[in-house]
Design a protein around this ligand. Structure first.
Ligand SMILES: [Zn+2]
Length: 383
C-alpha cells in the first residue's frame, strides 16, 4: 500500500497533476494532493498544508494510518483515544521528519489539546478547531501562527482518516522591509560592543538566525575573506535543505572576526551563549536594544506576563526582527550592483524568484524608479 504525493495545477482550465521536486520550495497556495488506494478504489485527497515539508509529513502519516487501520468496512471501527493518537502521530513525525517540523506539530497539538477536551477522535468536529483559534488569539498569537497551528491539527486529523473536519483561518503575509541606514545607526548607538559585533555579523553575512548561532571560527577563510555555512555534528545541526554555501564578507567584518579569534582562543562558536552552546537569544537582545534606542514604531501590542503591552514601552515591536538583517544584506548588495543571481547564491535561496521578491522593494526605492515616477507626472506638475 503506497501513498504518492502530487501537486495539482490548472493548465488551460484543466486539472493537471505532477510530482513535486523535493529540492524545490513551493509558494504559498500550492495545492498538494495524496493518491492512494483504499477499499480497492483509487482515491485522491487534497491536503490543507502550507508547503512541501508539511505535505511530506501528511503523506508519511497517511501511509502509517493506512497500514495500521484495516480497511474492512464490515468490522466496526475501533475508537481511537485522542491522546494516544497524538502521541503516536508525534512519534512518526519524530522518526521521519526534521526536529523543527516535529516541534511545530508538537506545539500545535499541545495547544489543540488545551482547547479540546474530547476523549475520542471520532468526536472531534469543526467547533474544536474554532475553539483552538479563539484560544490562540486570546493568547496573543498572530494570525499567521494561528493558521499554521490549525493547519497542523488538520493534517493530524487527516492522517487518521478524518477528512471532513477542516478550517483555514485567513492571514495577511507580512512584508519584511530592509533596515534604513538611520535605523542601523540608532541601533548601534544603543548597543554594547558585543551586540554591535553580532549585528555587524548578521548584516555582513546575510545569514539566517540558526546559521549565525552555529557559525564557528573554522568556517571563516581569512585568506579568501569568506565564511561558509557548514554542518555542525556536535550540535546535530544541518544547513537548510542540507545546502552548504560560502559568502564573501567585507574587510571590516573580517577584522572583527580576527580580533574575536585572538580574544577567545579556546572558543569554537563565534557567538556562544554563557554555557558555550549556540546562542538562542539574539531576537530578545535586538528587541530590547531597539526599545532602548527609541526605535519602536509605537503601534504594536504584545503579551508580557499575561498582560497586553504596547511597543511604546515594551520590547515587543514586530518591526525589529532578525530576518530584516538578511533583507538588508540583499538590498545593500543589490543597490551596489551585485547581480540578483549572485545574491541568491549568497542567501542560499533555492529559487531566484524568492530573491527577486526580496529585491522588489529596493527596486521601488531606486533612483531609476524615482525618475520614472516623477517623469510620469511632469506635465501636470508644470500646470
Ligand atoms: Zn512596534
Amino acid at each position: 500500500m503506497t501513498v504518492s504525493l502530487w501537486i495539482r495545477e490548472r493548465v488551460g482550465g484543466k486539472r493537471t497533476y505532477r510530482k513535486p521536486n523535493k529540492k524545490k520550495t513551493y509558494p504559498e497556495g500550492t495545492v498538494f494532493c495524496l493518491r492512494y488506494s483504499a477499499g480497492g478504489k483509487r482515491r485522491w485527497e487534497t491536503l490543507n498544508v502550507n508547503g512541501l515539508t508539511a505535505a511530506l509529513a501528511a503523506r508519511a502519516t497517511k501511509e502509517a494510518a493506512l497500514l495500521s487501520v484495516p480497511m474492512t468496512p464490515s468490522r466496526p471501527a475501533k475508537r481511537i483515544n485522542v491522546d494516544d493518537a497524538i502521541s503516536g502521530y508525534l512519534r512518526t513525525v519524530a522518526a521521519t521528519l526534521a526536529h523543527k517540523t516535529w516541534l511545530a506539530y508538537s506545539l500545535a497539538l499541545t495547544e489543540f489539546r488545551k482547547a479540546c477536551t474530547k476523549e475520542w477522535l471520532d468526536q472531534i468536529d469543526r467547533s474544536d478547531l474554532t475553539a483552538l483559534v479563539m484560544a490562540q488569539k486570546q493568547d496573543g498569537q498572530d494570525d499567521r501562527t494561528v493558521a499554521n497551528r490549525v493547519s497542523g491539527v488538520v493534517t493530524f486529523l487527516r492522517a487518521h482518516g478524518n477528512v471532513t473536519v477542516t478550517l483555514r483561518p485567513k492571514y495577511t503575509e507580512k512584508k519584511v522591509k530592509a533596515y534604513s541606514v538611520e535605523e542601523l545607526r540608532g541601533l548601534n548607538t544603543a548597543s554594547t560592543d558585543e551586540e554591535l559585533q553580532i549585528w555587524q555579523f548578521f548584516l555582513g553575512t546575510g545569514f539566517r538566525e540558526d546559521e549565525v548561532s552555529h557559525s564557528c571560527d573554522t568556517d571563516v577563510d581569512f585568506k579568501l575573506k569568506t565564511i561558509s555555512v557548514l554542518e555542525k555534528r556536535k550540535w546535530n545541526w544541518k544547513p537548510k535543505d542540507k545546502e552548504e554555501r560560502t559568502v564573501p564578507i567585507p574587510d571590516s567584518l573580517l577584522e572583527l572576526l580576527k580580533v574575536r579569534k585572538v580574544m577567545h582562543p579556546d572558543g569554537w562558536l563565534i557567538f556562544p551563549n554563557t554555557e558555550g552552546n549556540p546562542q538562542g537569544h539574539f531576537l530578545r537582545m535586538l528587541k530590547e536594544r531597539a526599545l532602548d534606542a527609541g526605535l519602536n514604531c509605537g503601534h504594536c501590542t504584545g503579551m508580557l506576563g499575561g498582560k497586553e503591552v504596547s511597543c511604546k514601552n515594551a520590547a515587543c515591536c514586530e518591526h525589529w526582527i532578525l530576518h530584516r538583517f538578511r533583507k538588508t544584506f540583499a538590498t545593500f548588495h543589490h543597490a551596489n550592483g551585485v547581480p540578483a543571481r549572485t545574491i541568491q547564491q549568497w542567501l542560499g535561496h533555492e529559487s531566484l524568484e524568492t530573491t527577486l521578491r526580496y529585491l522588489a522593494d529596493a527596486e521601488l526605492g531606486s533612483e531609476k524608479t524615482r525618475t520614472q515616477v516623477n517623469g510620469s507626472f511632469a506635465e501636470i506638475d508644470r500646470v
